[in-house]
Design a protein around this ligand. Structure first.
Ligand code: DON
Length: 343
């Protein structure tokens, strides 16, 4: 007691520090929620773009669906709009299957078999397969795991004695990144399975040219299944935040992949995450990101936050119009651009 009394002059000082720290934290929280709300209000009535329709089930999704979520690397969650409706994850799944292969087999495995360069072609280009065939054997495939030929090959690289064993790993890493058990949207899976002849052609060619070394039909089927995993905006933001937090899910605390293996994943996202528009995206945001034709986009501000928006209408490059706009504004308002340094 005497000791406490002797040092009681400290107390007002400590109290002042606590009050200032809390108010700064509060201001930060307010600023983050305000940025999320502002982007939602600005774009909630925007009608640009069109749902993907080459997979019939995607054309039926409500185009007005609009949800935004941001999760910080210390696990704070900021949301607005629709957070319950699930869309199919589509190409965003390519990030996590690539992460599974890198986690399992190391960073060289993806670079040597598939490559880590932009193709400059659309995500399902057959010409890109022919181009990669021309450089096969040089040790420098000009492709990446985020376009369909590379993504189907990455799925084929996940090891397992049976299709179920491979699926357990693919779905497992998605669940760990999201921090909950995700389910396949069966209607989307069926619709895409009935209309994925182009991906079957890509799978067959990648097998013929030696990039897929296992059963290519199984790889295409599992790829189609991973694309049909249902997610909401918060799931996607949690997955992005796990990448932002060096591979540790900031809410469950699980180290989902080794911290040292995360930067190569982010590098491929930065180069090829928004396909033909990846350069334009990086120019304006500096954020590694990935889009999906279901209408989701995830983006990662390393060390700070993961953000995701779900809004189905897409632009000509296949990227959600409102997601691109909302993420750009929110991230820039929060100094999320890693290329601008730590501010
Ligand atoms: O392979 C496809 O066509 C779809 N499952 C995924 C395409 C996709 O999401 C492209 N992303 N913007």
């Amino acid at each position: 007691m005497t000791r406490i009394l002797r040092h009681r002059w400290w107390l007002p000082g400590i109290a002042a520090v606590v009050v200032v720290a809390c108010s700064q934290l509060g201001a930060q929280n307010d600023a983050t929620q305000a940025a999320v709300n502002a982007a939602f209000n600005k774009y909630k009535t925007l009608k640009e773009g069109k749902n993907a329709d080459y997979i019939p089930a995607l054309a039926k999704v409500d185009p007005n669906l609009f949800g935004i979520a941001l999760v910080t690397t210390d696990g704070k969650v900021y949301t607005t709009g629709d957070l319950t409706t699930e869309v199919s994850i589509q190409s965003i799944s390519k990030v996590f299957t690539m992460a599974q292969v890198i986690q399992e087999q190391g960073v060289d495995a993806i670079e040597k078999r598939i490559g880590v360069d932009a193709t400059g072609a659309r995500f399902n280009s057959i010409i890109a397969v022919e181009a990669v065939k021309n450089v096969a054997g040089t040790g420098a495939p000009e492709m990446n795991a985020l376009v369909n030929p590379g993504a189907i090959s990455a799925t084929s690289m996940v090891t397992g004695k049976t299709a179920d064993a491979v699926w357990a790993k693919i779905s497992g890493i998605h669940n760990d990144f999201a921090g909950r058990q995700l389910k396949v949207l069966q209607e989307v899976y069926k619709s895409e399975s009935d209309s994925n002849q182009r991906n079957q052609a890509i799978g067959a060619l990648m097998f013929a040219y030696g990039y897929i070394k296992t059963d290519w039909k199984q790889a295409v089927d599992l790829y189609t299944r991973q694309c049909s995993i249902g997610v909401n905006a918060k799931d996607l933001a949690m997955m992005a935040a796990t990448l932002a937090a060096k591979g540790k899910n900031p809410v469950t605390g699980k180290q989902v992949m080794a911290a040292a293996k995360v930067p190569p994943v982010l590098a491929v996202m930065a180069t090829a995450g928004l396909y033909d528009d990846s350069g334009k995206w990086l120019y304006h945001t500096g954020l590694p990101a990935k889009s999906g034709v279901g209408g989701g986009i995830i983006a990662v501000s390393p060390g700070k936050f993961g953000i995701a928006v779900v809004s189905p209408p897409l632009d000509d490059a296949g990227n959600s119009v409102r997601a691109q706009k909302a993420i750009t504004e929110i991230s820039n308002a929060l100094n999320g651009n890693p290329l601008a340094g730590n501010r």
